[in-house]
Design a protein. Structure first.
Length: 278
């Protein structure tokens, strides 16, 4: 900015007109600078006609148009007058200088804070999902689901129970499946919908709904599953290491297994009748 009075005074109709309009409105250069976002030193150069102190003619015209709008003059008309005053052709390119609206431009610090919050939300969601969703082995599940089902052998009758003796009363209480190791299983209604399917982790429990009509189970590793009726344990549902399926989870059938009756397992083949004697 030129602080002193220029050595050569030149006619400056545009600058004089803008200054007169500003003073008529009772505005200071700082107030105009606030409205136009044009630095005060540039506005002072315009009023003094110090055009060489401005970046270029195109910028000078843009600043003058913004100044004119701020003090109630016609910006297009002021721009044309200034081009004529500076000897620039009317069809020359002009950089349009529009003051930015501070209310519409968020501060940079706000944008940084929003970005940090977004990153924290993404990281938090990933941590929550990893801790909330049990880890499953798709290959193990597929292998268990595709392995042919082998029905568990019928339970042998206890040695101390006489033939024809009535079975002991069934245990009462809910049927609960507890994983002792990672195990995939599916509980479903016979010929109906799936009630539960997942890979359970050690300690996970699943209680068969009391409303289930004919619940059955398919499990990849019967040895990794503990079954209880209330507080009464039930023998392992199938051979170790062999997937099983279509095994009843009704309390009565499981209780029969616990007492040595066939219950929900496949019944043993009947022995052939002895040949008649002559």
């Amino acid at each position: 900015m030129v602080d002193g009075t220029p050595d050569i005074l030149t006619a400056n109709p545009v600058g004089d007109r803008l200054k007169a309009a500003r003073e008529e409105r009772g505005m200071s250069l700082d107030e105009v600078a606030t409205l136009t976002r044009v630095p005060t030193r540039h506005l002072l150069h315009i009023e003094r006609g110090e055009w060489d102190a401005l970046p270029a003619q195109t910028y000078s015209v843009g600043f003058a148009r913004a100044y004119a709008k701020a003090v109630g003059l016609n910006g297009t008309e002021i721009g044309q007058e200034l081009r004529a005053q500076l000897g620039a052709p009317n069809n020359s390119a002009t950089i349009a200088y529009e003051p930015a609206d501070p209310a519409r431009v968020p501060p940079r610090s706000l944008a940084i804070v929003v970005a940090v919050i977004a990153v924290l939300l993404i990281v938090g969601y990933a941590v929550w999902r990893n801790s909330a969703v049990p880890e499953e082995d798709p290959q193990a599940e597929a292998a268990a689901a595709d392995t042919p089902i082998v029905a568990p052998p019928p339970a042998a009758a206890p040695q101390n129970q006489p033939a024809g003796a009535p079975a002991a009363p069934a245990a009462s209480g809910p049927v609960v499946l507890t994983a002792t190791d990672a195990v995939w299983l599916r509980v479903y209604e016979a010929g109906g919908p799936v009630l539960f399917e997942n890979t359970m982790k050690p300690g996970d429990r699943y209680e068969v709904p009391s409303s289930a009509q004919r619940p059955q189970i398919r499990v990849g590793r019967p040895e990794a599953l503990r079954v209880t009726i209330g507080q009464s344990p039930v023998p392992q549902l199938g051979p170790t290491g062999q997937p099983i399926g279509d095994v009843s989870l009704l309390a009565a059938d499981l209780a029969a297994r616990a007492q040595g009756a066939p219950g929900g397992a496949a019944p043993a083949a009947a022995a052939p009748a002895p040949a008649p004697t002559r």
